[in-house]
Design a binder for this molecule. Structure first.
Ligand code: ATP
Ligand code: MG
Length: 477
């Protein structure tokens, strides 16, 4: 472990502890990620006594440019150094009252501090003290849980979650980010304590949810949220997507699990949080628009329109931003059927162009969403849809290119020709202009002013014209 710990910051932390005699340990996410060999730029340090005193000493010892922030009320301090954030906190003992996640805090020992941590894998600590430097303190077998990929609370999960219900969201978030499983008793306790989430602010819930959504496989988190009943507390519209109804032997697909598949597909192609939100919401109005027609079967007519209208109120309630990100999600939800619908008719340039204008900058993301939405279990069907989408993609590229060419102007104008050759004959000017245009369109020269200028001089000379200025003098005019 010494190799990994030997960077400057850790050495200075050790030095500070040894010099001041104030005991200190690395703890939390940094130790966990160190053992998992994950990159981590947040270093949490717990000290006996004042976190602020220790941070001051440490910042001085670093003897470099740092930004130090003190939080006197909490007795904590933060030092920003390069791209690292080092947090200092005095070891504490916490007790909770039922109606708040703000604990009553007393000074405590390292063991007390480890007990207030949320999960065994987050309670691991490594000594920075002279007498036992680099010793791992692991009172709850966090190391085993790390190896076995288990999320488990250090103490009775009912107490841990009831004390601070945000920890239920964190358990699911860590399971999703790390690809870990939530231990059975811990998981059951989340389900039992789900109602406690009501004392948590929407902002904190959404911060954890967005971390789940930004993970490699967000469906892991949504399955846990659904199975424990947490999702129903803050996002019942998504829960309503679950289930299959049958009439006369005809069922529709389960839109909850379909949505998760679409979300995972999008996650493979894009890190854009808002495109991922568009995946979550693309079918959100299916329950509200569902109808069964004899002969036709299940339909969800207008779900894209109604779904787009649900975006703003949902964003407002979920404490998501009501800005251009929201408008982008609205747009994608509204348009999500369009690319594939285009293949059903003869695809005219004007239909493609209309879609391109409506989607604007979001056209590529719309195509990712649309492709991700093809989740049919029927391989032949899936292949057909994907092939159709390729046709639309090609069409979009073609129409885009055509439009670009129609609006295209050669880099050399008639004015350039007049100024360089001092000619006025419109026929001569036109001939030369056409030659340049053709040379660029044929690919003989690049669509570039310098090359076109040289070409103009060459062709002008061939026509018996005399130049009177150079590129520079022309450009400077
Ligand atoms: P990440 O930085 O990826 O979110 P982390 O484990 O570092 O992961 P932080 O929120 O930075 O999480 O918290 C640092 C440490 O503080 C955690 O590892 C955990 O020990 C403790 N901690 C944070 N929030 C809580 C909480 N709500 N209840 C108990 N302990 C917590
Ligand atoms: Mg952290």
């Amino acid at each position: 472990m010494s190799g990994v710990l030997s960077n400057k910051i850790i050495n200075k932390l050790k030095y500070t502890s040894q010099n001041t005699g104030q005991q200190a340990w690395l703890i939390g996410g940094y130790v966990r990620d160190l053992l998992l060999k994950r990159d981590c730029k947040d270093i949490d340090v717990v000290v006996l006594g004042s976190g602020i005193d220790f941070a001051k000493q440490f910042a001085e010892n670093l003897n470099d440019k740092v930004l130090v922030t003190y939080f006197k009320n909490f007795g904590t301090a933060q030092v920003k150094y390069r791209d690292f954030e080092i947090e200092f906190v005095g070891a504490r003992k916490e007790s909770y009252q039922r109606d708040s996640r703000k604990p009553i805090v007393e000074d405590g020992t390292l063991e007390d501090d480890q007990k207030r941590r949320d999960f065994t894998i987050n309670a691991l600590s490594i000594s920075l003290n002279a007498k036992d430097a680099e010793t791992l303190y692991d009172p709850f077998n966090g190391l085993d849980d790390l190896k076995n990929k288990i999320i488990r609370t250090p103490l009775d999960p009912d107490k841990t979650f009831s004390d601070d219900p945000l920890r239920m969201m964190r358990a699911i978030r860590f399971a999703t980010q790390l690809g870990f499983e939530i231990e059975e008793k811990t998981l059951k306790s989340i389900a039992d304590n789900k109602q406690r989430l009501e004392i948590i602010s929407g902002e904190r819930i959404i911060a954890e949810l967005n971390k789940i959504i930004l993970s490699n496989e967000p469906s892991i988190g949504f399955r846990y949220l659904f199975d424990t009943g947490l999702l129903n507390i803050f996002f019942p519209e998504m829960v309503a997507l679950q289930g299959v109804e049958w009439i006369g032997g005809k069922g529709h697909k389960d839109n909850f699990y379909h949505t998760l598949e679409v979300l995972d597909n999008v996650a493979k192609h894009s890190d854009n949080l808002w495109l991922r939100w568009a995946a979550i919401l693309h079918d959100i109005a299916k329950p509200a628009t569902k109808k069964f027609f004899e002969g036709e079967g299940w339909t969800f007519h207008g779900h894209e329109d109604k779904g787009a209208k649900m975006v703003r109120p949902l964003f407002r309630r979920l404490r998501l931003p009501l800005n251009d990100k929201m408008k982008y999600v609205e747009k994608l939800v509204f348009l999500h059927l369009r690319p594939i619908a285009l293949t059903k008719e003869t695809v005219t340039d004007s239909a493609v162009r209309r879609l391109m204008v409506e989607a604007g900058d979001a056209i590529d993301d719309l195509l990712i969403l649309c492709q991700s939405d093809i989740t049919s279990k029927n391989e032949a069907k899936k292949k057909k849809y994907l092939a159709n989408l390729e046709i639309v993609k090609q069409k979009i590229a073609d129409v885009g290119e055509k439009d670009r060419l129609r609006n295209w102007q050669p880099p050399i104008t008639g004015k350039d020709i007049i100024q360089n050759f001092k000619i006025t004959d419109p026929k001569q000017i036109g001939t030369l202009k056409n030659k340049i245009r053709e040379a660029i369109l044929e690919g003989g020269i690049a669509d570039d002013r310098n090359q076109a200028f040289e070409y103009m001089i060459k062709e002008g000379k061939a026509m018996g014209l005399k130049t009177v200025s150079s590129l520079e003098t022309t450009q400077n005019k």
